[in-house]
Design a protein around this ligand. Structure first.
Ligand code: CA
Ligand code: CA
Length: 145
């Protein structure tokens, strides 16, 4: 699938709305990034992207990036170090496993929305949303060629 085809199947508004809804449960800040190819170790590329997008600039270091290399049909979920320090190992595994199946079935938007909902729910246990919560990272999908 080309990135153009992938994006055509994506309901971006639903995804942005899902991020906003998830962030009503948690102070964690969720974003989605889409590019065609990771060109190498997806984890390393995602980490660089995380930095470049300024996602380390949250007070509790609890940003989360769903990084998608759409033409390689690969993704990774990256949480900032504040999350790694608090949650058990394999915290993202179940979400990632479900999303993998969704992608295999071509259920892109549904899968991403489900992953965001789950991330918000799970993060809420460790990073509850305070009444004075600030939207530290704009709820958006970052798309790059
Ligand atoms: Ca917030
Ligand atoms: Ca946000």
């Amino acid at each position: 699938m080309t990135q153009k085809e992938f994006l055509a199947m994506l309901d971006q508004q639903r995804i942005v709305d899902a991020i906003a809804a998830a962030e009503k449960r948690t102070s964690g800040e969720i974003r989605v990034h889409v590019q065609p190819l990771a060109r190498g170790d997806i984890r390393t590329v995602a980490e660089k992207t995380f930095e470049r997008l300024g996602m380390t600039r949250t007070a509790l270091r609890n940003g989360v990036l769903l990084f998608i290399a759409c033409e390689e049909q690969r993704f990774t979920i990256l949480g900032d170090r504040g999350i790694d320090e608090k949650v058990p190992a394999g915290f993202w595994d179940e979400i990632a496993a479900k999303l993998t199946i969704r992608f295999q079935h071509g259920e892109l938007t549904d899968g991403i929305v489900e992953a965001i909902e789950s991330a918000g729910r799970q993060l809420g246990a460790y990073f509850p949303r305070a009444s004075d919560d600030v939207d530290e990272l704009a709820n958006e999908i970052n798309i790059e060629p």
